[in-house]
Write a protein that binds this ligand. Structure first.
Ligand code: ADP
Length: 441
């Protein structure tokens, strides 16, 4: 019993005695008992409130009582405010942590000591078709039934990761899985989608194989001629013939290496700046002259200019792309065929460069693949005419770097139209022709 309670009881006793000295003994007894009952009721009311407060009932806005009880309730309220803030802070931190894990592009699964799923992030839906709520407490090997994965878990050797082909929600995935043991027999299973990485790796391997193959063919031929020249005595005419053939092979290798260098440069440089002006009229004149000399009067070549606009971009790249299309048209069009080089305005405000030929044409199934590196419809025909299989890849790259679009339309045995569409932002009026117009006015 506290000192205050003793004092209160003594005060009740003294007041009852004091009361008794004025009134009858019965009245003084009743007075004392009433005060005692009131005191007990007040104590039990506050005890009840204390119990509720401890059980979590909110005290704010309620009477805090008097005396000691007031101090108790005020202290309790202060403490509970602190606790509530602490809980709120922890909840915010927990939410942030979960948001960070959910934002991760990698799958994360927490496993308990029996390899049952305790928690997993949302990306696991895409990787393994897992549902974080539905699949909680399920054994992981029960849900991921790939034999390689089951073996990996059973072996319990998690020093190296596991590569898996998996059927994810959006199609076939290549996943890299790694288990990290932690805590008491718990495990963290991480999954990384390496589909794009693996695909790029295989493209790179194909590319290296293609380049090696393309270089090996002329090198083998050159080697053969060299051996012949060394071992067999040849007359002047034969020697000239062999040297010509060797020069053809070395030119092929040179153009292959040059085109590879162009592609590598295009791959590693940013979007072409709009600072220089490419004078299209002059460029088309050069294309026409080069085309005529390559064709050697075997084709009818025409040039149509119906736009006064110039291109904002890199002249060497634009020339290389346009020239590739003209060269292809000449190479894939039979003698007496017709070729048109054109530059026209478009209603959208843009302009279009096109090369139309009456050549061999292309069947529709090949068209979507023509811009792939080393893709050719007819390998031997391309080689015979000095093709590298890189020309259209370069054209597409240059177009992209100038915000333009390459379009191919073709009909077998009728001919093809290769066009590059430029947006108005990449074009500028030809100042020379504007000046000429002004002086004529
Ligand atoms: P290549 O050096 O083999 O010509 P390209 O990338 O320039 O390589 O072209 C890819 C393929 O597209 C060619 O091998 C050819 O089969 C086809 N092709 C390109 N231009 C034409 C065209 N004007 N007419 C018909 N086929 C063409």
């Amino acid at each position: 019993m506290g000192l205050r309670t003793v004092f209160t009881l003594l005060a009740i006793l003294v007041s009852a005695l004091f009361f008794g000295s004025f009134f009858s003994e019965t009245l003084s007894f009743l007075w004392g008992v009433s005060l005692l009952v009131l005191f007990i009721l007040y104590q039990s009311w506050n005890q009840e409130r204390l119990l509720k407060a401890i059980q979590g009932d909110d005290l704010i806005g309620r009477s805090r009582g008097i005396g000691r009880w007031r101090i108790i309730f005020e202290l309790l309220e202060k403490k509970s405010k602190g606790w509530r803030q602490e809980i709120l802070r922890s909840e915010i931190e927990y939410k942030r942590f979960i948001q960070a894990v959910q934002a991760s592009p990698n799958g994360l699964i927490m496993l308990d000591e029996d390899d049952q799923i305790e928690w997993c992030n949302n990306i696991c839906k895409e990787h393994f078709r897992l549902d974080p709520l539905r699949d909680a407490r399920q054994p992981i090997t029960f849900l991921l039934r790939h034999p390689d994965f089951i073996r990996y878990m059973q072996n319990s050797d998690f020093t190296s990761p596991l590569n898996l082909d998996f059927m994810g929600v959006n199609g076939n995935l290549m996943l890299l899985l790694q288990v990290y043991p932690y805590g008491e027999n718990r495990k963290l299973l991480l999954s990384q989608d390496v589909t794009v990485l693996k695909r790029n790796e295989s493209i790179r391997q194909d590319f290296v194989a293609n380049v090696s193959h393309e270089l090996r063919t002329p090198l083998t031929v050159l080697n053969g001629f060299l051996e012949t020249l060394q071992e067999i005595p040849l007359n002047a005419a034969e020697r000239k013939k062999y040297l010509n053939l060797m020069s053809l092979q070395s030119s092929r290798m040179l153009s292959l290496v040059e085109e590879l260098l162009i592609l590598t440069k295009l791959d590693h440089s940013p979007i072409s700046p709009k600072t220089s002006v490419v004078k299209v009229k002059d460029l088309l004149q050069r294309l026409l002259d080069d085309g005529k000399s390559l064709s050697n009067s075997r084709h009818e070549i025409r040039c149509e200019i119906h736009s006064e606009k110039n291109i904002l971009g890199a002249e060497n790249e634009i020339f290389s792309a346009f020239s590739n299309l003209v060269t292809n048209a000449i190479r894939y069009t039979q003698e007496n065929g017709f070729i048109e080089i054109a530059w026209r305005d478009e209603v959208s405000g843009g302009a279009i460069f096109s090369v139309t030929d009456s050549g061999i044409g292309i069947t529709p199934e090949h068209i979507p693949r023509l811009t792939e590196r080393f893709y050719r419809v007819d390998r031997s025909r391309s080689r015979e005419s000095g093709g590298t299989g890189l020309g259209l890849a370069i054209v597409k790259h240059v177009a992209i770097r100038h915000g333009a679009k390459l379009e191919i339309q073709s009909t077998p045995a009728v001919g093809s139209v290769f066009s590059i569409q430029f947006d108005s932002e990449r074009l500028t009026p030809d100042l020379d022709s504007l000046k000429n117009e002004a002086s004529q006015d």
